[in-house]
Design a binder for this molecule. Structure first.
Ligand SMILES: Nc1ncnc2c1ncn2[C@@H]1O[C@H](COP(=O)(O)OP(=O)(O)OP(=O)(O)O)[C@@H](O)[C@H]1O
Length: 346
């Protein structure tokens, strides 16, 4: 299939503050629906780069094109229509209700009032903020997580095809952060969006990114999929940046079909009932991390730690999608270790 033209195309962006170069010669192109995470240590220029995409910061040199048009040529209301923006501090207006905050951009764009009300209610409902309870509340009456969701609803209100997010979960405690992140990932509203997200949290980057751009001192170190950065680091900075999280990132990026594809044994799904294990079927697409959690949950509920638990993996055999392959915890760990070793030596 021929590649379609990029939704965002950044060429040779550079920006300095005084004598300090903050973003140095960054280029990338994003296809529709792609999520790019800008990752790197504090002060490496992530926010400055993000803010150059919607002209909150002007580059010294280089260009940003959105759907083939130079953003410098787009009038401000066109930019607002095309690009939503979510920031860590949320930035809700304290004297506006939740509904009024969400409606800010559509009102600036002079959308129809009935349509704005409908859209606001729809978004609040999708983001688990029932309008009957939340629409009339003020930001100070909400928790941090609820405020964050209102900030996201506000960015989505005019239905822009592009969303920029600057540490959108940064102000939340780790537990709220991880559950909101999961909700965020599963939100149908965001599936079609092209997104650029800034974070310095490696786990967050790996959970949300299609591709990651890792920066250091404003210089791009590597642009690639999480798997490419982990198994084929471009330089020692990339390797060392992920070193502390190496095992957990491997468990997150590798999926059952990556480590089990060589397994030939298996049974037909219809014969499983006779084995009385029909509830322990998982698809081949789950991550190794999720599969390990599944093992812990079934051995905790079975109450018979001496019997090795078996799960059945479905979908490994594309010619026969109903075929199930049995898997034990030790077999999974063995296959995982072997795969990692192979990937590291390629
Ligand atoms: N308006 C400004 N004036 C002067 N220097 C600035 C300005 N904005 C950013 N900087 C400097 O540019 C560098 C990069 O800042 P930036 O906020 O882009 O980094 P970051 O990677 O997003 O950092 P963090 O993860 O800590 O938010 C920093 O050294 C910062 O002090």
């Amino acid at each position: 299939m021929a590649p379609t033209s990029p939704v965002i195309e950044v060429r040779n962006l550079t920006r300095s503050y005084g004598a300090q170069p903050v973003v140095q010669d960054v280029s990338f192109a994003l296809q529709a629906g792609e999520t790019l995470v800008l990752l790197g240590p504090s002060g490496c220029g992530k926010t400055t780069l993000l803010r150059m995409l919607n002209r909150l910061v002007e580059p010294d040199t280089g260009t940003v094109h959105v759907n083939g048009q130079d953003v410098r040529q787009l009038p401000p209301e066109q930019l607002r229509r095309r690009i939503g923006y979510v920031i860590q501090q949320v930035g809700l207006l304290p004297h506006y209700t939740v509904a009024e905050n969400v409606a800010i951009v559509p009102r600036l764009l002079k959308a129809d009032e009935a349509q704005i009300t409908r859209r606001t209610e729809e978004l609040l409902t999708r983001l688990h903020l029932p309008p009957a309870r939340f629409a009339g509340q003020y930001p100070h009456q909400l928790s941090g997580g609820q405020q964050q969701r209102v900030g996201l609803a506000r960015a989505l209100a005019a239905d822009p095809p592009i969303i920029l997010l600057d540490e959108p979960f940064g102000a939340l405690d780790p537990i709220t952060r991880s559950s909101i992140r999961r909700e965020f990932r599963e939100l149908p509203e965001l599936r079609q969006k092209t997104m650029v997200l800034v974070t310095h949290d490696v786990q967050e980057a790996f959970e949300l990114a299609d591709r990651i751009l890792l920066l250091n001192h404003g210089q791009p170190q590597q642009l690639g999929t999480p798997r490419e950065l982990l198994f084929h680091p471009a330089n020692s900075f990339v390797r060392e940046f992920f070193a502390a999280d190496y095992l957990s990132l491997q468990l997150r990026v590798l999926r059952l079909h990556d480590v089990l594809s060589h397994q030939a044994s298996g049974i037909e799904k219809h014969s499983l009932n006779s084995l009385k294990s029909d509830s322990n079927i998982i698809p081949h697409t789950v991550s190794i991390q999720d599969a390990l959690q599944y093992f812990s949950s079934i051995s905790a509920s079975s109450g018979t730690p001496s019997t090795p638990s078996i799960i059945w993996v479905q979908g490994l055999d594309s010619a026969n999608p109903d075929r199930l392959v049995p898997l034990t915890y030790p077999a999974l760990m063995g296959a995982f270790a072997q795969t990692v070793q192979q990937l590291q030596t390629v």
